[in-house]
Design a protein around this ligand. Structure first.
Ligand code: OGA
Ligand code: NI
Length: 358
């Protein structure tokens, strides 16, 4: 199977339809091997990811500014994931975006099927990641669309219903781009690079951005499957707007999986593989997954801020020292993303397998 196939290797089944059909046992394609199943027992320890107040990055108080940069730096090095509050995005817009997408998934199936996606670009309404025949599937449907560069933004591929969907997606995307630009500066400075270093490395005006909205239907056997299998995000960084009612996102800490509890009006920021490469592994992309449950469905919006697909991404020269050689070879993001698009989510195996011998 290759990404140029115009169709998927097996007929697509919408997980939402499966869930609505009232089945009490899930089909075998969704049943994970025992070692990959989630433990739904309450966690042995309650750990929280950092919560960072971004308004402090522009405080009049220089010590508060540098303290906040320190928090960002530590969160990116030690966790690869953190919450941000006072991030500048209107809370009402966040709520509107989530509700519009919930309504989209509630539309009759025929209307959603007009947007059915294909492996070539993944744009549209989808129900699987990976094109290999026979792979285990995740318990979710999604809608994937491109926001940037403008040349890849094709609003005809965005839903025309609910009526304000395209407008809200455009406004939401513009606001999230501003937030990402702010974070890119903070990341650059906290790595000891010029403030605009990372933005330029991503292609300046030509950066990429796309969005995946996931719908995790209720699942009759949540202990046997996952909403989204373990992976690190292949791109630069991800700004996740989780469901405000239902948790499900988990991050790996050693052998444990920690559930992220929603923080009101916050976004979850997570570091992707391209920032791990550019920072020569000073920043770590975070391995995460999603669990499902039998009581409530869950909707989340993941906004991916990526390097332009055609630019070579490699460890920043400024971070290379005699005792800190480059850990990764140069590669474009278009080449890099083929892996997850072909094989589906596979933990952190891709970025780890690229490591150069030292
Ligand atoms: C993703 C992702 C998490 C979530 O789309 O890459 O990790 O909570 N989503 O839906
Ligand atoms: Ni992810």
């Amino acid at each position: 199977m290759s990404l140029h196939q115009i169709t998927w290797p097996e007929p697509i089944v919408r997980v939402q339809s499966l869930s609505n059909s009232g089945i009490t046992a899930i089909p075998k394609q969704y049943i994970k091997p025992p070692s990959s199943r989630p433990s739904l027992a309450p966690p042995a320890r309650d750990l929280h990811i950092p919560v960072i107040d971004l308004s402090n990055l522009v405080s009049a108080d220089p010590s508060l500014r540098s303290e906040t940069l320190g928090l960002v730096s530590r969160a990116c090095r030690e966790w690869g994931i953190f919450h941000v509050v006072n991030h500048g995005v209107d809370h009402a817009l966040m709520g509107r975006a989530r509700e519009i997408w919930r309504e989209f998934f509630y539309l009759p199936m025929e209307m959603k099927q007009c947007y059915a996606n294909a492996p070539v670009t993944y744009e549209g309404y989808g129900s699987r990641l990976g094109v290999e025949k026979g792979i285990k599937l995740d318990w979710s449907d999604y809608f994937f669309l491109h926001c940037l560069p403008i040349s890849m933004r094709d609003q005809k591929k965005w839903p025309n219903l609910p009526l304000s969907c395209r407008e809200v997606v455009a406004e939401y995307s513009n606001e999230l781009v501003k937030l990402c630009e702010k974070l890119m500066k903070a990341f650059s400075v906290s790595l000891g690079l010029e403030e605009d270093y990372l933005q330029k490395a991503f292609g300046g005006e030509e950066v990429g951005a796309c969005m995946r909205v996931s719908f995790y239907p209720k699942c009759p056997q949540p202990d046997l499957t996952l909403g989204l299998s373990p992976h690190s995000d292949p791109g630069g960084m991800t700004i996740l707007l989780p469901d405000d009612q239902v948790s499900g996102l988990q991050v790996r800490q050693g052998d444990d999986w920690i559930t992220i509890k929603p923080v009101p009006n916050a976004f979850v920021v997570n570091i992707g593989d391209q920032l791990q490469v550019l920072s020569n592994s000073k920043y770590k992309s975070v391995e995460h997954r999603v669990i499902v449950n039998s009581a409530k469905e869950r909707v989340s919006l993941a906004f991916f801020y990526n390097p332009n697909g055609n630019i070579l991404i490699e460890p920043a020269k400024e971070l290379i020292k005699e005792d800190q050689p480059p850990l990764y070879p140069p590669m474009t993001f278009n080449e890099y993303r083929i892996f997850i698009r072909t094989r589906g989510p596979c933990g952190k195996s891709q970025v780890e397998s690229l490591k150069l011998p030292r």
